[in-house]
Design a binder for this molecule. Structure first.
Ligand code: CP
Length: 361
């Protein structure tokens, strides 16, 4: 079965196929009017969402498919204590494909271990958000025409911002991508992404604490919200919440063809006055999310029948039930699942949790 749990579950070629299909859907809408007739998508959302859940719903409806699911797990048997594994096993009896968002990191991977239909990770905790990555890539393709030879500034909450984590992983496979990480010290990108993704893939990256100092270099500015829901300490959030605010003045030194992205929702990190700037692409980005999810649903349904497309959910060399994950938000500490650790690329004796990528020695 082919699932999308992490952006690297898709090869560069598969991403190209999805992007090309999304572009064809945009250009030839009628051609795709009924390609999911009699198919059902289940949207299992354990955490709030506007764009992801509704764009999945709109995507399936525009393909003439049907949608079932829940937008609040309290209204499901989860409230009676049903596990992710059992919930997904049950929903697999009703749906042809499942999109799951969960506040627990690694929940979609557990789902994929039990499901007999494709699982799409629609965001798990502060870990990963691969369908936002596809949205971002389609937007970059449409706005800039390429993925290679770009300097991308990621600004805001790079610690908890799962969209940033996933997009950096995806971009690491293209040529001459430079990454500028703009964040306060407390919200820096997790070290595994710097070491295992940027350094191992020769991505040229630097960390700065001021947006103004790097603005003229950027081809893309990817703004993010400070993720209030991930903070354990309210005082920390209050101190950091206004770290970066983009306004028209700050854009004066930016390239004329720079593109401003934001996965949304925004709070105050982009002032409303910026919306009228032609470089502000974040609402165009939202619409691209629907088209790319249409393409993803079509491709996963097609690939789910192909043995060679199967995900390797537990790769050779994985340590099973030998290390306890240190991350309290990891599914291995919340539900009765095997603990899974893979050898890390960082060096001998270093392991990473398969569910959440927490490090262990
Ligand atoms: N970008 C994104 O994931 O938005 P939602 O939380 O509204 O789905």
């Amino acid at each position: 079965m082919k699932h999308l749990i992490d952006p690297t579950d898709l090869s560069v070629q598969e991403i190209d196929e999805i992007i090309e299909l999304a572009l064809d859907i945009i250009a030839n809408r009628e051609k795709y009017n009924d390609v999911c007739k009699n198919k059902k998508l289940a949207t299992l959302f354990y955490e709030p969402s506007t764009r992801t859940r509704l764009s999945f719903t709109a995507a399936m409806m525009e393909l003439d498919g049907n949608v079932i699911g829940f937008s609040d797990a309290k209204n499901s048997s989860v409230s009676k204590g049903e596990t992710v594994a059992d919930t997904v096993r049950v929903i697999s009896c009703f749906a042809d494909i499942i999109a799951m968002r969960h506040f627990i990191e690694g929940a979609p991977l557990v789902a994929a271990q039990t499901a007999v239909v494709p699982i799409i990770n629609a965001g798990d905790g502060s870990h990963s958000h691969p369908t936002q990555t596809l949205t971002d890539l389609l937007t970059i393709k449409r706005e800039k025409g390429r993925f290679d030879n770009l300097t991308i500034g990621f600004c805001g909450d790079l610690k908890f911002g799962r969209t940033v984590h996933s997009l950096i992983k995806a971009l690491s496979r293209y040529e001459n991508v430079k990454v500028v990480l703009i964040a306060p010290n407390e919200l820096r990108l997790p070290s595994y992404l710097k070491h295992e993704v940027c350094e191992m893939h020769n991505i040229d990256y630097k960390e700065v604490e001021s947006m103004e100092s790097v603005m003229p270099e950027l081809d893309v500015l990817y703004m993010t919200r400070v993720q209030k829901e991930r903070f354990l300490d309210q005082d920390d959030f209050d101190r950091l919440k206004d770290s970066f605010i983009l306004d028209c003045k700050k854009l004066e030194t930016a390239k004329k063809d720079m593109v401003i992205l934001h996965p949304l929702p925004r709070v105050n990190e982009i002032l409303k006055e910026v919306d009228a700037d032609p470089r502000a692409a974040y609402f165009r980005q939202v619409e691209n999310g629907k088209f790319v999810r249409m393409a993803l649903i079509c491709k996963l349904l097609e690939w789910s029948k192909m043995e060679e497309k199967k995900n390797e959910l537990v790769p050779a060399g994985t340590l099973v039930n030998q290390i306890k994950c240190s991350n309290p938000r990891c599914i291995s500490n919340m539900e009765n699942v095997d603990s899974l650790f893979r050898p890390a690329e960082e060096g001998e004796g270093v392991y990473r949790c398969l569910y959440c990528e927490a490090k262990a020695r």
